[in-house]
Design a protein around this ligand. Structure first.
Ligand code: HAM
Length: 423
């Protein structure tokens, strides 16, 4: 019996890997453009890094195991706890604020569904050690810039912004005692039917008036509406932060891409301030990205308090969105030069190949004697931009016959000139 691919995982054959590399390259370039530095961590961590720090939903989805030394370990379901652990490890030796990014491979035991897999990649961008609202502004500007780099326009996506801090003050105002239990239920609001949502709230023993007041709050579409609803002093700071954030993002020229969306809560337990999620404009797909401010995670993991804010953008929904908009590159292979030999002269092939590569071009060729027709076929499959004939008899001494595939131009010249033309 043949062994199947594990559910929720993917094989990346070269055409798929080329597309994956395009996503990673675009992500990486965008981060570098904003001055973020790359970091990495282990793919598994001590189980306790996740239990009760990440929130119930993620804990239920952990892939965990006991190793031969009887240690309880878990494959990483997200990068944020690793990042907080690393920040605690170096403490004051790290000169803050830090702007860091990473592209980890993550694992979550999710119900298989469109846009959600059990193994996926997620770009993480985080700012560590800044409590300024301009850190949120930097991250949100980076999201818009990178989605533009992929070819997405303002009317392809929207970034919904809310505030856990504002929500917390509203909870206090309407007498909800245990907000941590309510966040995950509110987060699932759009994913379940209105009846299930109400049932979930009732299970938390909220009374009908509180449920109604929560609804009123989440349906507010402007800061003015919220200001009318909540009159308490406590909400003023959160409201002022939101105002400042919207004002600076407007000045950065991205007002079209952002929206106040109080229905965004985020499922993870550690968020303390601004939270945001990125969706396709039709909201027909799961979130492309999500993040927010988490000012107490390092402290909860035993370190000192370091204000942090960041987001994660998965590769799965992003690739679906790019595909839908026709923005994925061709999966066709590419190489600069394919060498062809009429006489199957392998020694000549290897000697010329070495020269071409030294001159800075990629180059490949047959590995065993093959008809010229077949060699040219292989050149096409490899996506060669040019073919150089290593032993054609129509080229003068010291020169080579060659063909530029795109134009069909055939000529003969010195290797140096051919390479210059292809470059
Ligand atoms: P998250 O909302 O759990 O946040 O994930 C962020 C993004 O990762 C999602 O919007 C989605 O694109 C992608 N994603 C999540 N789960 C899956 C899955 N099973 N399959 C495919 N893609 C998925 C976090 O993970 C936070 N740690 C982000 C963060 C960084 N917050 C602060 N810094």
């Amino acid at each position: 019996m043949s062994i199947k691919l594990p559910k929720g995982t993917r094989d990346f054959f070269p055409p798929e890997q080329r597309i994956q590399n395009h996503i990673f390259d675009t992500w990486r370039q965008a981060c570098i453009k904003f001055g973020y530095e790359e970091y990495e961590g282990p793919i598994f961590e001590h189980l306790e890094l996740y239990t009760d720090k990440s929130g119930d939903e993620i804990v239920q989805q952990l892939y965990y195991f006991r190793d031969k030394g009887k240690r309880e370990l878990s494959l990483r379901p997200e990068m944020t706890p690793t990042l907080a652990r690393m920040v605690n490890l170096k403490g004051a030796a790290l000169r803050k604020p830090l702007r860091w990014f990473s592209i980890p491979r993550l694992f979550r035991y999710e119900r298989a569904q469109k846009g959600r897999l059990r193994e996926f990649f997620q770009l993480n961008l985080d700012i560590i050690g800044s409590d300024s609202i301009y850190a949120e502004a930097d991250l949100i500007s980076a999201i818009v810039s990178m989605l533009n780099d992929f070819g997405l326009k303002a009317d392809d996506f929207v970034i919904g912004i809310s505030s856990r801090e504002l929500l917390a003050t509203w909870f206090a105002e309407i007498g909800i005692a245990d907000p941590d239990k309510v966040y995950p239920v509110l987060d699932r609001r759009a994913k379940v039917s209105p009846e299930v949502f109400r049932d979930n709230l009732n299970e938390l023993e909220l009374n009908a008036e509180q449920v109604q007041l929560l609804d009123d709050f989440m349906l507010c579409t402007s800061l003015t509406e919220i200001e009318k609803l909540t009159q308490k002093e406590a909400s003023q700071k959160a409201l002022a932060d939101l105002k400042q954030l919207f004002a600076v993002l407007e000045k950065a020229g991205i007002a079209e891409s952002i929206q106040l969306d109080l229905s965004i809560v985020r499922g993870l337990a550690y968020y303390t301030g601004i939270v945001f999620e990125v969706f396709d404009c039709k909201r027909s797909m799961r979130a492309v990205a999500g993040g927010g401010r988490y000012d107490s995670l390092t402290q909860r993991l035993g370190g000192s308090k370091v204000p942090c804010v960041g987001f994660g953008m998965g590769d799965v929904v992003l690739a679906d969105l790019l595909e839908e908009r026709g923005l994925l590159p061709s999966p066709q292979a590419e190489i600069d030069v394919w060498l062809v030999s009429f006489g199957n002269d392998m020694e000549k092939i290897f000697s010329i190949a070495a020269k071409v590569r030294k001159m800075g071009l990629s180059c490949s060729h047959i590995l065993s004697p093959t008809r010229v027709g077949k060699q040219l076929e292989s050149a096409n499959i490899a996506g060669a931009r040019a073919v150089i004939f290593v032993d054609g008899d129509r080229a003068p001494e010291g020169a080579f016959e060659y063909k530029i595939m795109e134009t069909g131009k055939q000529s003969a010249d010195s290797l140096a000139n051919i390479v210059k033309e292809i470059k």
